[in-house]
Design a protein around this ligand. Structure first.
Ligand code: NAD
Length: 451
């Protein structure tokens, strides 16, 4: 679970040696700690001419967050972030000055710096030049993220459906991308729609007063999710199978929450979750479908039990639980739910030996998109997080050579930590993220696998 190479190339003699030999030197990523500044230095806000008004509006908000905001590139700063606002761009030729201004400061972007684009999604009926200008941002951002060094990341906010640039949902996404909470999110463009909510009283405790359930919370990523939800104010119900009771009790005690021993594949799992949350904590606001299993085999050697178990835990359980929580089983269901499911980059790019797992995780992406409008009708959202290589007991058991290749094959040249996945989940589960619905957020360091 430790990446000793990254530690070695960041300390003492081995750091100098790695530099001399030209070896890859993955940076130590900055992670969120309460009280730390939002960015590691001043923020440069640039825009094309037509988007100046939106850039001004965002700059005002950043000033209100206490950031050092500048509107002109200069040589005297070690930049913490560059924000490139392209919301009103009409033609590809409009963006040149703004992207080149961004380029002019990249050599002075601080370690763990950030580049964030804000643009609008191409939509049906757009003139070809407008659609080209809007879609161009996608290829620009993904390419730029691959050029950034020293733990810096590039991510984009894509406004859809006329979302306002200073809506709470856009600002929540901007805060996430600028902050250390998104340490292992890189090269992602996240659509944000017009649905909105009030800003939280405290951006560092966005889940204050909320009740959250995490399945598979006894260990690994699930335990990190429970701890991060609790850190940010939620009362947490930890769910896992009876066989994992010891780990489950440990997590529940650590977060001051309650433990619910439950196999998520049981017929009434959703009803039991709801009943536990209501009777013990007075309601239910967030459900994180994290429980998942692997039964890797080439399809030619796959036994029925191996296929069926993975589909049952990773996919069918989520479908059944959601139906019960949304009252699609004839029950009452719950309003305002935030559902977040664990997908995987294996469900996006595929992985040898994982036809069952790949099916289940791609299925999660499918049901998340289909659930989004159903839950929105009841005031909630459904999103998925797709982790890449995360340092857990599961990935520690991969043979050394395969593991080394897998963990380096991304723009940040290292594996993520469970807390990186958890931070993305807290962001999606927070009331302020109301405009993010039906999306898949990759937490993969811009893993080079794709399709
Ligand atoms: P893990 O094996 O360490 O933990 C999974 C937990 O789920 C365990 O505590 C287990 O007891 C529980 N669980 C299994 N079946 C259950 C059931 N039927 N009912 C209730 N609980 C059950 O796995 P992890 O690495 O922490 O992964 C967590 C999630 O993240 C999974 O959905 C996994 O597919 C996904 N994921 C992990 C990685 C990674 O690199 N580790 C990458 C992509 C996606």
């Amino acid at each position: 679970m430790t990446d000793s190479y990254t530690k070695a190339v960041n300390s003492g003699f081995t750091k100098t040696l790695a530099k001399k030999l030209g070896l890859p030197r993955p940076a130590i990523l900055r992670r969120f700690r309460a009280g730390d500044p939002l960015t590691v230095g001043p923020v440069l806000v640039v825009s094309d001419d037509a988007s100046t008004g939106d850039a001004d509006r965002i700059a005002q908000v950043l000033l209100g967050w206490g950031l050092d905001v500048r509107r002109q590139p200069s040589d005297d700063a070690r930049w913490g972030a560059v924000l490139l606002v392209l919301t009103e761009t009409r033609r590809p030729t409009d963006v040149s000055a703004a992207v080149l201004a961004t380029g002019s400061v990249l050599r002075r972007l601080a370690t763990n710096g950030r580049v964030v684009t804000v643009s609008r999604a191409a939509a049906d009926g757009d003139a070809p030049a407008l659609a080209a200008a809007r879609n161009g941002v996608d290829g620009f951002l993904r390419s730029l993220a691959k050029e950034l060094r020293a733990g810096a990341t590039g991510n984009g906010i894509v406004l859809t459906g006329g979302a306002a640039v200073d809506s709470t949902s856009v600002l929540a996404t901007l805060r996430f991308f600028l902050s250390a909470r998104s340490a292992y999110v890189d090269g992602q463009l996240l659509p944000v729609g017009p649905a909105d909510a009030a800003a939280p009283a405290d951006w560092d405790r966005p889940l204050a007063g909320k009740v959250a359930v995490v399945t598979g919370a006894a260990r690994g990523i699930g335990a990190a999710i429970a701890k991060t939800l609790a850190r940010d104010g939620a009362t947490v119900v930890c769910v896992d199978v009876p066989a994992a009771g010891e780990g489950l009790a440990r997590t529940a005690n650590a977060v001051g929450g309650t433990a619910l021993q439950l196999d998520v594949t049981s017929d009434d799992a959703g009803r039991r979750i709801l009943e536990h949350a209501r009777t013990r904590h007075g309601g239910l606001d967030v459900v994180v479908h994290n429980a998942g299993i692997l039964r890797d085999k080439l399809l030619a050697n796959m036994k029925p039990a191996q296929w069926d178990a993975v589909i049952a835990v990773n996919l069918e359980a989520q479908l059944r639980i959601n139906d019960q929580l949304l009252g699609r089983d004839g029950g009452e269901g719950v309003d305002g739910l935030r559902l977040v499911s664990l997908a995987s980059t294996s469900g996006i790019a595929g992985n040898k030996g994982q036809t069952n797992y790949g099916y289940s995780k791609a299925g999660v992406i499918g049901h998340t998109r289909a659930t989004a409008p159903l839950v929105a009708a009841r005031g909630g959202t459904a999103n998925a997080v797709a982790p890449g290589f995360i340092e857990t007991e599961m990935t520690a058991s991969i043979p050394f050579a395969t593991r080394e290749v897998a963990r380096r094959l991304n723009s940040l040249q290292q594996g993520g930590r469970p807390v990186d996945v958890a931070e993305a989940i807290v962001f999606l589960a927070s009331p302020a993220s109301a405009g993010v619905n039906g999306q898949v957020l990759r937490v993969c360091g811009q893993n080079l696998v794709g399709r």
